[in-house]
Design a protein around this ligand. Structure first.
Ligand SMILES: *Cc1c(COP(=O)(O)O)cnc(C)c1O
Length: 356
């Protein structure tokens, strides 16, 4: 059942946006991938069809109880004219891990990767020109059974949509100011922080808005129980360079396992850095900063790749990092990862998947 992929091409292609004004997630390509699930038939009816609205019953369970998971990755055009994706196997494995947590039936990752490759191939004209631009790929699964009642849905829909995106920061990578959130939490151990599921983001919006009002770009999330230990920054994983060593919060169950996080750790170790994954308290970090040992801090994620942190504000304490400019290591990581992703640098870890 899973081996068949039906393709119905659009008869009227849309005009494409200018590649210097893409923004993030504003435009969508001509086609999308859809596959349905029912408890009788499993995953079935895989198809690529023209991009457009879908119809859902108002009682579709996702609309009421949030049974949803998603992923985010990018496709690039290499200097050789090939289409490259970055570690998509990790994204699809994570999709299944998220499914498992939210009681959504898992997918055949090889089949879905092949379907995504086919969709990107069909819409490859949507991979935008321009140094920092890419085609963002958003796979997601929603519970579609028409029924009220809190339980796992018996029907689901997996969709993949494509969006040409610009650099996350149009002015290039630059340090952002971060507000350490002490009241609201993103996730708790035993909760769903480890899954890429919509509820985690809905619950974080309020804190993000408050931080924005106060003039900060993003929030730094502390652990949900004691509000003491550093977890993530916005929807990115977070790293600190303290006295030459690299620290990042250990994956204790409430932190998303970022593909960029894993790539950063691998590269840093390759370069001879000591990377320590452990519990890090905000107090310890401010103390390191007071002693002049906090050398760099940055967030990691597919959208921005590396996002340097220029300052942290925690209660009435404020600390500037790297003199408020992009640190040397942050820049080196950004250049290396984007270079590998775009086929401009050697790929020693076999991270690049070429869409043939
Ligand atoms: C997606 C995401 C990340 C980053 O993961 P990548 O695989 O590196 O893009 C980190 N934290 C949260 C909460 C996320 O949703």
């Amino acid at each position: 059942m899973m081996s068949e992929l039906h393709i119905n091409l659009s008869e009227s292609l849309k005009s494409k946006p200018a590649s210097d004004a893409l923004g993030f997630g504003k435009y969508f390509s001509d086609h999308m991938f859809i596959m349905d699930y029912s408890s009788e038939d499993g995953w079935h009816d895989a198809r690529i069809i023209p991009y457009g609205p879908i119809s859902l019953d108002p009682s579709a369970m996702v609309l009421h109880y949030g049974q949803e998971v998603f992923e985010g990755m990018k496709a690039y055009r290499t200097p050789l004219g090939e289409i490259a994706m970055f570690r998509p196997d990790m994204n699809l494995k994570r999709l299944n891990n998220s499914c498992e947590r939210i009681s959504i039936p898992q997918v055949d990752t090889e089949f879905v990767l092949e379907a995504i490759a086919q969709l990107v191939r069909i819409d490859q004209e949507w991979i935008p020109d321009g140094e920092e631009n890419a085609l963002y790929i958003r796979p997601f699964i929603i519970a579609t059974e028409a029924a009220l009642g809190v339980r796992a849905s018996k029907q689901y829909m997996l969709m993949v949509i494509l969006s040409p995106v610009g650099a996350y920061y149009p002015e290039g990578i630059h340090p952002v100011s971060i507000y350490v959130e002490e009241q609201y939490v993103r996730a708790v151990r035993g909760g769903t922080g480890e899954a890429k599921t919509s509820g985690n983001y809905a619950s974080g919006i309020k804190a993000q808005e408050i931080a924005k009002t106060k003039g900060f770009s993003q929030v730094l999330w502390l652990d949900g129980k004691q509000h003491k230990y550093i977890e993530e920054v916005g929807s990115m994983n977070v790293f600190f360079k303290v006295n030459g060593e690299i620290l990042t919060p250990a994956l204790t169950g409430s932190i998303l396992q970022g593909v960029t996080r894993d790539s950063v750790i691998t590269l840093l170790r390759e370069w001879g850095y000591t990377v320590v994954e452990r519990v890090i308290s905000i107090e310890e970090l401010f103390e390191a900063s007071r002693q002049g040992l906090l050398e760099e801090a940055f967030g990691t994620g597919t959208a921005a790749v590396i996002s340097p942190i220029g300052s942290l504000s925690w209660g009435d304490k404020n600390t500037e990092i790297s003199g408020g400019v992009t640190g040397e290591l942050s820049q080196r990581l950004y250049d290396s990862i984007t270079g590998i992703q775009r086929g401009k640098l050697a790929d020693p870890f076999n991270w690049v998947y070429t869409v043939k």
